[in-house]
Write a protein that binds this ligand. Structure first.
Ligand code: SF4
Length: 348
């Protein structure tokens, strides 16, 4: 059987050819090619041609402040000439990003105040989060670390390990970033092995968007590496049913078959998925590919992303509708992440 990436190459290329010219299937399915050909200059995209000059100038300023990075694969899921496309909206700079917002913060969860060691965030008694890298395959416009990623230094493993070793009440460590699966395999392996040696750490979790935006990175070698460190869970981040492709399904399937459960943390985003029909299709689609819809987050008050916020009132109305439509296995929890709280606050 052909790999899903190769099998869908022709379809993706029809969408991608105007930007990337003629590409060989071998290159398209190579995650390194995808990374090195990612779009970082949004002026290349036709979606910008149609917007008024003033808005375009503001969007260019937004892109200068919050960098743009989009893999060719992720772009191939969008209609490029439509700035309201739900995939494009998640990755293309928008003029609203620089609007003054009274309640928005660069660090809405107060993570930088909760670092007992460089790159180690501890907001809960029994869990800690290790920032592995500031790199991402796609820079999501709604990211709650959007203003912090560029300057983010990877965790220095020594101090973080010493802290974790001295706090055996921390039983779960979440590898985050940026995207930890973009780290060199030897770095990932060294980190996972060191965490596994800590007697208090019972479970490991990886937060990654690669199954959604760069599924070819989830190759056999990476899956083999990860499977050596079970119990290990992967949390990924699908926000729209258009992101559910044979390629992304195959990436999740490879992890699941290796004994690594995959859950999804979606964010409620105005213009992207704030409709009961879209969310129903997303969560049912996730269940079809065996990915557990885990959380639906209220969008954080992050600077540069206020235009995505739907608001709790409307979020609750949407969730009531979803509860009537979905079975228990495809219904996530609708929650708000807050600084200083003991856990995610259920909103439903
Ligand atoms: S992949 Fe995750 S960390 Fe990176 S920009 Fe998107 S939401 Fe933020």
């Amino acid at each position: 059987m052909r790999e899903p990436c190769a099998a869908n190459f022709r379809r993706r290329m029809i969408a991608a050819q105007p930007l990337f010219g003629r590409v060989r299937a071998r290159d398209w399915c190579d995650w390194r090619w995808q990374m090195s050909h990612s779009v970082t200059d949004p002026d290349r995209l036709p979606a910008w041609a149609g917007i008024p000059a003033a808005a375009r100038a503001a969007a260019i300023r937004a892109a200068a402040q919050y960098p743009v990075r989009i893999t060719p694969y992720y772009l191939s899921l969008a209609r490029w000439d439509d700035a309201a496309d739900p995939v494009l909206m998640q990755c293309l700079a928008a003029p609203q990003e620089l609007q003054a917002e009274q309640i928005a913060l660069a660090d809405p969860l107060g993570e930088r105040r909760s670092m007992p060691a460089p790159g180690l965030i501890r907001r809960y008694r029994n869990r800690a989060l290790l920032l592995m890298t500031g790199a991402c395959a796609v820079r999501c416009r709604h990211c709650n670390r959007k203003g912090l990623l560029s300057g983010q230094r990877p965790a220095r493993l020594g101090p973080a390990l010493r802290y974790l070793g001295a706090h055996p009440e921390i039983r779960e460590v979440i590898l985050s970033g940026g995207d930890p699966l973009l780290c060199k395999p030897e770095v990932l392996e060294r980190t996972l092995a060191a965490l596994r040696r800590l007697p208090g750490v019972e479970a490991l979790r990886i937060g990654t968007r690669l199954p959604v935006v760069l599924p070819m990175r989830v190759d056999r070698a990476l899956v083999r590496l990860l499977s050596r460190f079970r119990p290990l869970w992967v949390n990924t981040h699908f926000n729209h049913p258009n992101e559910l492709t044979p390629e992304s399904a195959a990436a999740c399937d490879a992890l699941i078959r290796a004994g690594i459960p995959v859950s999804n943390q979606a964010v409620l985003l105005k213009g992207v998925n704030d409709s009961a029909d879209v969310l129903e299709a997303l969560f049912n689609g996730l269940q079809r590919i065996m990915v557990r819809p885990y959380y639906l987050f209220e969008c954080d008050a992050v600077r540069g992303a206020a235009h995505f916020r739907v608001g709790v009132r409307r979020g609750r109305a949407l969730f009531r509708e979803l509860r009537a439509r979905l079975g228990g296995l495809s219904l996530p929890q609708y929650v708000l992440d807050e600084p200083g709280a003991a856990g995610k606050r259920p909103l439903a």
